[in-house]
Design a protein around this ligand. Structure first.
Ligand SMILES: NC(=O)c1ccc[n+]([C@@H]2O[C@H](COP(=O)([O-])OP(=O)(O)OC[C@H]3O[C@@H](n4cnc5c(N)ncnc54)[C@H](OP(=O)(O)O)[C@@H]3O)[C@@H](O)[C@H]2O)c1
Length: 350
């Protein structure tokens, strides 16, 4: 690994601390290096808050050293005054020597403009360092910018013989305690969590973060004909909850009803979520809902726990017809991670 890659890796590592708090902004880390020593670093901590560069520059004790420093930042610095002032102005004011970037900002308000601003002030630029790692870290953000929809993660637990629930619809305790704890961590990392009407009826889930520390995602249920009555736990008003349906638009405190056209329902719903600034959703079932996302090709990642149990019959788990990108053991469960790649054929499931 070159020196540039080493410092960029540090920028990416600290950027990750923003996960769960900055969306729909990207996770950004900044490391300031003077004569091969890190003299300051910082990361974007909260949506709407100061950018990583601001924290890093404030972290430098002797500001006179900025003049001869290299700034490592995983995303091109912004060149416009949005919720916060332009970072390029700050970097040019301090006359930094060199700026090393992993990814260009795809936001049309920046997109190369930040680099141009810095070049105008004779600051040396190197871009594309750990480019793939930067894309991976900010895959939610790049999906939002490029596809104008939230990043979609499918998640389910199935038995070794391919069922997600028993014939009587009971799906409790398929996966281990350890797997369930990871799911709570995942919930805290995403902006929204979604289930279909059937899952609310049969499982009456809370869909909050319990076994992990972090923010509760916005709850979403698809109930096209508004058949669910308000006795279910997700209607307790404690967390913002959106009911996507064909019938009405209405706001009742923390409960929001959103009507979407029947044609291209999922696209319409994802478009609405994008407009609300929700950058990612984790879809936790049930089978019909997951299959709808798979059939429409509207997913980016699938996380599937396979327990050693066998039900012999029941509700069949969704199928993804492609090889998993990775697999690992979580206690007695196998966790498979799949990635959707639009350029491949035959990967959209049944
Ligand atoms: N093992 C696991 O990981 C896991 C996770 C969750 C649930 N489950 C189990 O799965 C079972 C429930 O699954 P399910 O397949 O019966 O129900 P479901 O997927 O939870 O809900 C299906 C309903 O959601 C609505 N819906 C979903 N996608 C839609 C779309 N694209 N367009 C229109 N409507 C859409 C429809 O509601 P309308 O009928 O109102 O139109 C549909 O009938 C339960 O037994 C539960 O325990 C297992």
């Amino acid at each position: 690994m070159s020196k540039d890659e080493q410092y960029m890796k540090r920028a990416l590592d600290i950027a990750r601390f923003g996960l769960g708090n900055v969306s729909p902004n990207p996770m950004v880390g900044c490391v300031i290096v003077y004569e091969d020593n890190i003299i300051g670093e910082g990361w974007h901590k909260k949506f709407g808050g100061p950018h990583a560069e601001v924290y890093a520059v404030n972290n430098v004790e002797d500001k006179s050293l900025l003049h001869g420093s290299t700034i490592y930042i995983n995303l091109e610095p912004c060149s416009y005054h949005g919720k916060t002032p332009a970072c390029t102005d700050m970097l040019t004011k301090h006359k930094v020597k060199r700026v090393v970037i992993s990814n260009r900002d795809p936001n049309p308000r920046v997109s190369g403009g930040g680099i141009q601003q810095l070049l105008k002030h004779k600051i040396k630029i190197k871009e594309g360092i750990l480019w793939a790692e930067g894309r991976e870290l900010n895959r939610r953000f790049f999906t939002n910018q490029e596809k104008e929809r939230p990043y979609v993660i499918l998640k389910w637990a199935q038995t070794a013989d391919g069922f997600i629930a028993k014939e009587n619809r009971d799906s409790k305790w398929i996966s281990s305690d350890a797997s369930r704890k990871i799911v709570h961590k995942w919930r805290a990392e995403e902006d929204a969590i979604l289930v279909g009407r059937g899952t609310v009826q049969f499982d009456n889930p809370t869909l909050n973060v319990r076994d992990w520390e972090g923010n509760n995602p916005v709850r979403i249920v698809i109930d096209t004909g508004l058949k669910l009555d308000n006795s279910y736990l997700i209607f307790d008003q404690r967390i913002e909850t959106i009911v996507y349906n064909y019938v009405k638009d209405q706001i009742q405190g923390n409960l929001i009803f959103r009507r979407i056209n029947k044609d291209n329902f999922l696209e319409g719903m994802l478009n609405d979520l994008n407009e609300k600034g929700l950058g990612s959703i984790i879809v936790e079932g049930g089978a019909a809902t997951l299959n709808n996302f798979i059939k429409a090709g509207l997913w980016d990642e699938a996380r599937v726990f396979v327990s050693p149990d066998k039900f012999k019959k029941g509700i069949e788990a969704p199928k993804i017809i492609k090889d998993p990108e990775s697999q690992e053991m979580i206690a007695e469960d196998k966790l498979y991670i799949y990635r959707f790649n639009a350029t491949e054929n035959g990967n959209t499931g049944e």
